[in-house]
Design a protein around this ligand. Structure first.
Ligand code: PCA
Length: 195
């Protein structure tokens, strides 16, 4: 069995994306499962397609997708993916959206069923800033999360998106530790809803 971790390429003029740096720093094994890594392009639709392909090929037990939200001060696991695209800046292929559904016939939102508060508490217990986020935004990260939670393989119980903050708020090593802790606790708690 394996765990799939994804991070993103840089975007918006930055030369690195700490989400990918952090994913690369996660150990090669977590709880006896092999860690697989995938770097996604910051491109609407294409990133989601690459994720779907990887899931079909690898059949992972757990998927944690990561992206950066540079204005945040903590690692923020995301509860919800919205069926909505709205871009403040064009994506890396120059595509932009101004308020459009991802899937016109899909539900307005999808939620992870992982015990997200348990995961957050486990990260905080190690002194790493971590807090719940109720919106992954409407850019490419949200696009990927909506695809993950809509996947045929049903990743509601074993899929999560985590936004990491900028490196001035949390070190890449601590981001990697937070992702590892979330994976460990997600594997433990995958069958239990939060409340
Ligand atoms: N952050 C962007 C897209 C890629 C990334 O790392 C977002 O929050 O949507």
């Amino acid at each position: 069995m394996s765990i799939l971790l994804t991070g993103f390429e840089p975007f918006g003029g930055a030369s690195v994306n700490p989400s990918w740096e952090a994913v690369c720093r996660v150990p090669d094994q977590i709880a006896g499962r092999e860690v697989q890594r995938l770097r996604l392009p910051v491109v609407f639709g294409e990133a989601a397609n690459l994720l779907r392909e990887a899931i079909a090929r690898l059949r992972p037990e757990l998927v944690i997708c990561c992206g950066v939200a540079g204005d945040r001060k903590a690692v923020t696991p995301e509860l919800v993916a919205l069926n909505y695209r709205h871009a403040r800046i064009p994506d890396n292929a120059g595509k932009s959206y101004f308020g459009a559904p991802i899937a016109p016939d899909g539900p307005a939102a999808r939620m992870t069923r992982l015990p997200i508060h348990t995961l957050i508490d486990a990260v905080k217990a190690e002194g790493i800033p971590c807090a719940l986020s109720l919106s992954a935004g409407a850019y490419v990260c949200n696009d990927v999360y909506y695809a993950l939670l809509s996947s045929e393989e049903d990743f509601a119980h074993r899929g999560l998106f985590i936004h990491v903050p900028g490196e001035e708020a949390v070190s890449v090593a601590d981001m990697a530790r937070a992702i590892t802790l979330c994976a460990e606790h997600a594997l433990k708690g995958a069958d239990h809803a939060d409340r």
